[in-house]
Write a new protein. Structure first.
Length: 276
C-alpha cells in the first residue's frame, strides 16, 4: 500500500536476476509492458530496469506482476469491497484479507553517491549513534488504525533524555525535545542507513530498516500482523491477536490494541535492542 510494498517487491527482483543473470526486472502487468510500474524505491537498483519508453527493451526482460492492486500479501478475492464515504464514489477495499502463510521478504535499497554524500553531511550534525523515531504515518484514510497515541510518543521522549532520538518526516507534526530532519522517503532511508536503529509503527520505514539490516522496535495494532509483514530481526510489539482485521474504516479494536502497548514496554525494547 506504499513504499513498504515496493521495498518488499525488490526482493523478488533480486531473486529473479539471481536466477537469470542476463536479465533485469520491471514491475507491471505482463499484458501491458509498455506501462511498467515505477517507484522511487527502485532508483539505483541494479536488478530493476530503469524507466524506458522502448517496449521492445521491456520485452527482453522479466515482468513481475507486483504493483498497486496486485500485491502478493493481499488476498483480493476474499477482501471485502464497498463504496466507503471517503472513496468519493469509487469502489474500494473496506477490509483487506491477508494471504495466509505470506512472510515479508527482506528487500533492497541502493543509494547514489550524491545521496550517500548528503546523508553523511547531515549525520555530522546529529548526535552520535542516533536512533530514528518516526511517529507519523502516511496520510491514508485508514491509518488512524495504525497510529500509537501522540501523547505516548511525547512521553517516551520526555522519559528518555539520554537516548539520542532524531525524528524524520516530510511535513510533521514534530515531537518536542528532539532534533528534526525534514526529508523525503529516500532521504530518510539514506540517513537511516547511518543510524543506530529505528522505533516506529508498522509502515514503510520498518521495511526500509529490514532492507538496510538495521534493528528496529515496531509497534503493531490489529490492522495487520508481524507474522505476515514483520521481520524476525526486529522487536515487534503487539497486544492484538490473529492475522489482523485490515479495515480501512475506523476500527476501535485497532486503536485500543495499539494504545495497550505501554510507554514502559517501548522504552524497555529500545534500551534493550537499540542502545548498545
Amino acid at each position: 500500500m506504499g513504499y513498504g510494498d515496493d521495498i518488499m517487491a525488490t526482493a523478488y527482483a533480486r531473486a529473479a536476476v539471481e536466477e537469470h543473470p542476463s536479465s533485469k526486472v520491471f514491475f507491471g502487468d505482463p499484458n501491458n509492458p509498455v506501462h511498467p510500474f515505477w517507484s522511487p524505491v527502485f532508483a539505483n537498483n541494479p536488478f530493476i530496469l530503469q524507466p524506458k519508453k522502448n517496449i521492445q527493451e521491456n520485452l527482453r526482460h522479466i515482468c513481475i506482476p507486483d504493483f498497486p492492486g496486485s500485491r502478493r500479501y493481499i488476498d483480493y478475492k476474499n477482501s471485502r469491497w464497498g463504496y466507503p464515504d471517503w472513496a468519493g464514489g469509487r469502489k474500494h477495499i473496506t477490509e483487506f484479507c491477508w494471504k495466509f502463510g505470506f512472510r515479508a521478504p527482506r528487500g533492497d535499497l541502493f543509494f547514489s553517491k550524491d545521496e550517500i554524500r548528503k546523508a553523511k553531511k547531515i549525520s555530522k550534525r546529529l548526535p552520535n549513534s542516533f536512533i530514528v523515531i518516526e511517529p507519523n504515518i502516511a496520510p491514508k484514510l485508514w491509518t488512524n488504525n495504525k497510529g500509537w497515541n501522540w501523547s505516548n510518543w511525547q512521553t517516551l521522549i520526555n522519559r528518555c533524555p539520554d537516548i539520542p532520538f532524531v525524528q524524520f518526516g516530510k511535513e510533521g507534526p514534530w515531537l518536542e525535545g528532539v532534533p528534526t530532519i525534514k526529508n523525503t522517503f529516500r532521504e530518510a532511508t539514506a540517513l537511516l542507513a547511518r543510524a543506530q536503529g529505528l522505533v516506529t509503527t508498522e509502515g514503510g520505514l520498518h521495511h526500509a530498516a529490514a532492507a538496510l539490516q538495521k534493528p528496529a522496535v515496531v509497534l503493531w495494532g490489529h490492522f495487520s500482523s508481524p507474522a505476515t509483514l514483520g521481520y524476525d530481526g526486529h522487536i515487534n510489539l503487539r497486544q492484538a491477536t490473529g492475522q489482523g482485521c485490515g479495515r480501512t474504516e475506523f476500527c476501535s479494536q485497532c486503536t485500543d490494541s495499539l494504545n495497550a502497548i505501554t510507554v514502559t514496554s517501548v522504552e524497555s525494547a529500545v534500551r534493550r535492542s537499540l542502545c548498545k
